[in-house]
Unconditional design. Sequence first.
Length: 94
Amino acid sequence: MGKLPADKTAMVEVSAYPLRDDYIAAIDDLIDRLSGCDHLEVTTNRMSTLVFGPYRHLMECLTLAMERNSVQFGTISYVVKVLPKAERELNGYR
């Protein structure tokens, strides 16, 4: 199987479900960590966070953000959808 070229982009939709009463702080922390990564576009809505950028870089940032987020806030269930080779807009979906 071939590898996805490093310059290809991806879109990831991530939702976090912290298993704690003060869940908003944990969700805000994850969003802040993703927003702090260079070369990524982060958009939030009421249900999830969309992240767009270079595939490998995006996956590295997402992995690190989730790791540090769960170390700081404990058990968190993450639901992640990955669309490799994504264009910036996919039928108007941003």
